[in-house]
Every structure is written in C-alpha cells, then in structure tokens.
Design a protein around this ligand. Structure first.
Ligand code: NAP
Ligand code: MG
Length: 498
C-alpha cells in the first residue's frame, strides 16, 4: 500500500494529464458540444482535472446505448455464471488499483488517503464480490394455486425474477467510489444496463472505475458514465426510455427526481438525508461511547447521510460526555488528506463550506454554545473545525436540519419515554445509535426507533451484506444486502394450465 504523501501523486499524473471523457457504449467520447468543466481539489482550491461536461444530448446518447445493450445486447442473454465472473473481476480490479483509487478520492473529495484506502476502496471491492455471488441465486418460486371457479383444472404456477431494464443512477460526492459501487453492483447482478451520473464535484474515481469496468470485459453499453451537473441528472430522471432511477443525495433533489420520473412512471429508489439521533444511556461504557460518539459525527467530516448529528445524553452524564467528545474533537488533525498525520480533510466545496459555517453561525446567534470548534480552520482549502454545540433544543434550525458537516448538537434527556419521542421527532429516519450495557434498554429503544439502521454500542458499521436505507423522508428502498437486488428486479408470474 502506498503511504500518504503530499500531492501530486505520481500514480495519477498520466490519468490527470488529458481531459477526461464520457464513457458511452464502450467508448470514451467528448461531450457533444465539446465543453469541459474543472474539478477542484478542496484542500487547495486548485484545478486538478478537466472533465467532459455531459448534458441532455449526451444522456440521450447514453440511454440509447444502454437500451440497445439491454434489449439486444449480450448482457441480458448471458448466463448468470458468466455475469458473475465479470462482476467479481471488477471487485478484483478495484483492489489491485486501490492506491490509485484512494488517491483520486483524496484529490477530488479531500478525505484522508489513509481513510479512503482503508474504508472506501475495500468496501467498494466487497460490494461487487458480494453481488457477484447473487447472480446465480436470483430465484423465483413455484406456487400452489387454488382457482375455485375452474373445477378440476390443474395449474403449474411459478415466478421469475427479471431485470427491471435500463437504470439511471445519480450519485453524490461524499463517497464517490463507494456510492458508484453501491449503485452499480446490484444493478449489474440483476442483469440491468446503466447510465451513471456522478456528482459534479467528484467525477474522477467513477471515470477510473469505468476504465476498470472496460478491462473486466463488460460488454459495450452495459455501463455508461456521463459526467455533468444537475441538469444531466434531471434529464436522466425524466427519460422515457429509462425503466428505473436510483438516486442518492439531498431530500430536496430526491423530491424532484420523483416528479421527473412520473412521466413514464419509472421505478424510483432514493437514499436521502438524515439527522440521526445518537443516544448515550447513563450505564454506557464511556470509554467506548465517547470516542464512538465522536466517530459517529466526525467520520468523513460529517458528510455522511447517517451521521450521528443529534447527540442525546442522559442528564446525569451530559457534562462529562460533552467534555469528552469535545476533547476528542480537539485532538483531530485537520489538514490536507495527503499528509500522513491528517485525520480530517476539508469539506468538499466552497458551497458546502458556506452552508456548514452558515448553519453554525446562525445556531450560535440563536443561543447555541460551541464547546469546541464553531469556526473555520485558517488554511487555504475548505476546512472547518470539528464542532460540538450545546445549549440546543429541538426548535432550533441546527437541530432540525441536516448540516452535513462536522457539527454535532448535544442535548440531555431525563427519561426514556421522553427520549424516544424526541429522537423520533424528525422528518428523517436513516439511522440511530444507542450506547448502553443494558440489553433490555438497547433492544427496546432499537425497536422504537423509526430508522432504517440502528447501531448498538457501535456506529458507522457498513457491510455489503447489511441492508442500508431510510424510513420517512430518508428514502425509498434499501442499498446493499440481498434487499438491494429487489430494487433492480421485476417479478413475473407464469401460470400454465396442465
Ligand atoms: P444534490 O444536489 O442532491 O446532488 C446529488 C446528485 O444529484 C448529484 O449528482 C447532483 O448533480 C444531482 N442533481 C442535482 N440536481 C438534480 C436534479 N434536479 N435532478 C437530478 N439530479 C440532480 O446534493 P448536493 O447539492 O451535492 O448537496 C446538498 C446537500 O445534500 C448536502 O448539504 C447534504 O445535506 C445533502 N446530501 C446528502 C447526501 C447523502 O448521502 N444522502 C449526499 C450528498 C449531499 P450535481 O453534482 O451537479 O449537483
Ligand atoms: Mg447539487
């Protein structure tokens, strides 16, 4: 494994030297209008690459290729075993090129190289392998039916699970490679063809992944990658020749996707925002709960949809826990992700920097007190200090809204009934954390949480086999696990009179 070093990483020089193109029908092609956009390194605010600026016409071209590959191409006719081998190989290639992919994540998103190398890359490889295994296990059922109005008739009835068809996938910038992997792998396993639209801030690892997908031997047109802005995503969501759209990003854009998809009633799955409660009961082991609470919010600079951003602490230990989490926050080394000692990089963009600091400023004006952080780091890039805010309450904007930065709001609670109501008092329902040594409380609260994932005495644990997704306005459908396959399958009932 390469060690973290200051940019520019040698491995990437050739890759970054030429403008990156769109990947359509197995070929690397310029945008139809020939335009490019710049990709910035958020640690330095400098341009690191030029990328083809795909628009509606390019989306249409890619949809045509995906349509052809699905309707007539070899992918849907290939045996499940052959499909599985190619998907497994994509996982292998991600692993082989792990250093390079992690460096791209650091350059593009700002996250520390060590984190991208240890978390994003292996999890991305893993989901391809996990889903490769499912190709040969997508099974229907035989179903005994009793048709009462046809006396003496005999039927043989069974179901088939078939790929939903051409899929549009729109992903965000917080885990660029991993989000691409979470989307692509189950769709490929199901036998779909795909148009992927990466986030404008972080298109580079998806482009490199496109090269690896080509190397793995995926037939032309099965995966198409169109880099561009929100208008390209909107065109994809509205396309009548697309059978399904899968989106990860803000709840606001998620609602626009639903509207855009209504034209042909394409299937929709959404993985949206969150404002997840992280709960520490008074009997919790604070040696693990305090660093756990810090990790819950500060991992990936708080740019996680499931971040433990509302910290509820039993009143008896509130001061001790907040002081402990603040101490953890102060120890975090913030800086360029290529520096070996860096633990937290910058926010992804100027827009996010202003959004996060805006929330924190307004929160302090409204009466919240910063036990640590509360300000930006005096560096060139978009760095914000990890922040713990106390003297907050449920009516405040900073407690209601997703900040999507390294900012936790902490609040004490007196009893569990009150706690459960407050923890669930949110439009979101992605995740929750519980820290306690009491089994009955742990499972009781877990059952009461209106959230898609509950972590007990841990947080931010992800696995290719473990479904992930949201209740309420955090989304529709699940990523990962065999549940994710259902997002990409149709069920056909076949009924035979014998
Ligand atoms: P966003 O606008 O929801 O972007 C997500 C993806 O959707 C990007 O690829 C984006 O393209 C694309 N997009 C934008 N407008 C679209 C439209 N009308 N139709 C189809 N696709 C569209 O998220 P953001 O602006 O990057 O971040 C804003 C906030 O969203 C964050 O502060 C955070 O609260 C939330 N967020 C949540 C997640 C998550 O994992 N749930 C991830 C990222 C952000 P562009 O890149 O060109 O905008
Ligand atoms: Mg946006």
């Amino acid at each position: 494994m390469a060690t973290a070093s200051e940019a520019p990483p040698e491995l990437l020089k050739t890759f970054l030297a030429s403008p990156k193109k769109l990947f359509i029908d197995g070929h690397w092609t310029e945008a139809q209008d020939g335009t490019l956009f710049e990709v910035l390194n958020p640690s330095t605010t400098q341009c690191v690459a030029q990328v083809a600026h795909g628009k509606k016409a390019d989306i249409q071209h890619a949809v045509q290729a995906a349509r052809k590959a699905f309707d007539t191409g070899p992918w849907s006719q290939m045996t499940a075993s052959d499909r599985s081998k190619i998907i497994w190989k994509i996982g292998d290639l991600i692993e082989t090129h792990g250093d390079e992919l992690a460096q791209l994540e650091t350059l593009d998103n700002g996250k520390p190289f060590t984190v991208a190398r240890a978390a994003d890359v292996p999890l991305a490889a893993d989901i391809f392998r996990y889903m490769a295994g499912w190709c040969t296990k997508i099974e229907g059922h035989t179903i005994p039916i009793s048709v009462p109005n046809v006396p003496g008739a005999n039927f043989h009835a069974y179901t088939l699970k078939e790929p939903v068809g051409v899929v549009g996938q729109i992903i965000p910038w917080n885990f660029p490679l991993l989000m691409a992997a979470w989307k692509l792998a189950p769709a490929l396993a199901a036998g779909c063809t795909i148009i992927l639209k990466p986030a404008e801030q972080t298109p580079l690892s998806a482009i490199r992944l496109g090269e690896l997908i080509q190397e793995a031997g995926l037939p032309n047109g099965v995966v198409n990658i169109v880099t561009g802005y929100g208008d390209a995503g909107a065109a994809l969501a509205a396309e009548d020749r697309v059978d399904k759209v899968a989106f990860t990003g803000s709840t606001e854009v998620g609602k626009q996707i639903v509207q855009a998809a209504s034209g042909n009633l394409k299937k929709v799955t959404l993985e949206l925002g969150g404002k997840s409660p992280n709960i520490i009961l008074k009997d919790a082991d604070l040696q693990t709960a305090i660093p756990g609470a810090a990790n819950a919010i500060f991992f990936n600079h708080g740019q996680c949809c499931c971040a433990g951003s509302r910290l509820y602490v039993a009143a008896e230990i509130f001061d001790e826990v907040c002081a402990g989490v603040s101490e953890q926050a102060k120890q975090i080394k913030v800086g360029d992700g290529f520096h070996a000692e860096t633990q937290m990089g910058p926010l992804v963009s100027k827009e996010q920097f202003e959004r996060v600091t805006g929330f924190v400023d307004r929160g302090q004006t409204a009466g919240a007190k910063a036990m640590c952080g509360g300000d930006a780091v005096d560096l060139e890039g978009y760095f914000v200090n990890p922040t713990v805010l106390v003297e907050t309450h449920e009516a405040m904007e900073i407690v209601k809204e997703e900040i999507f930065g390294p900012v936790v709001v902490a609040m004490p609670f007196e009893n569990q009934q009150d706690l459960i109501a407050r923890a669930n008092d949110t439009a979101y329902g992605l995740a929750a954390g519980i820290w306690t040594d009491d089994l009955a409380s742990a499972h009781g609260i877990a059952k009461s949480m209106r959230a898609g994932t509950v972590w007990i005495n841990c947080y931010n644990v992800f696995d290719a086999a473990l479904p992930f997704g949201g209740y309420k306005q955090s989304g529709w459908g699940r990523e990962m696990g065999h549940e994710a396959l259902n997002n990409y399958l149709e069920v056909k009932s076949v009924c035979v009179s014998i």
